[in-house]
Design a protein around this ligand. Sequence first.
Ligand SMILES: [Zn+2]
Length: 240
Amino acid sequence: MTILLYQTDSYLRTFDATITKLAQDDQGIILDQTMFYPGGGGQPSDSGKITIENKDYTVKHARKQGLNVIHVLSDNVPYLDVNIPIKGEIDWERRYQLMRTHTAMHILCGVIFRDYGASVTGGSMDPLKGRMDFEFETMHKDLVQTIEAEVNLEVINARPVKVAVLPREEAFQIPDLIRTKINLLPEGIKQVRVVEIEGLDLQADGGTHVNNTSEVGQIRIVDYKSKGKINKRIYIKLDE
Ligand SMILES: [Zn+2]
């Protein structure tokens, strides 16, 4: 099982770890702990490098396999024993852009639910851009401009973003979490990680976020599209 260091501190860039297993078939290394986000919840995985015995290896991406994170290297994995210590470093520029983008998406969710009662049905992101689908009947230019203004007001409001891990029973008591379909969580999951934008949004979420909405910077809604009678897609972009 890989300990997910980014779940408790998303601002760490480097870390020490030990190799626990090699996945030779796809040039992957499994570590006892990691800062590499393995992708999920619409957020793509981190990239970066791992240093093993003074040699750097590029980590193309990481992915989850059961309770482990496989770090997929661009070079052939050298012959290694388990228990070898390594140093890891994520591509911080990319990761920080993804943290800002992910929090921007939650601001958008929070504003649209608060002001229009519309739930999110899906979404995905890349560094500095994302798209989200909402249960919305009609979307038009004036409405988009209003939403954009409200979203940027929440950036200016500098709301703290807090992460907590709660026992399943406790999380299930929170009405805001129930609307984000927390009841779909598999039975086996005993703890729920929740990400809260204070006073605006609360979600069960495994991703990495900034500590304050002010770090997101200006959010532009660059496009919108109808994806069905009750499904509207909104596209956002952030500044560099
Ligand atoms: Zn999220």
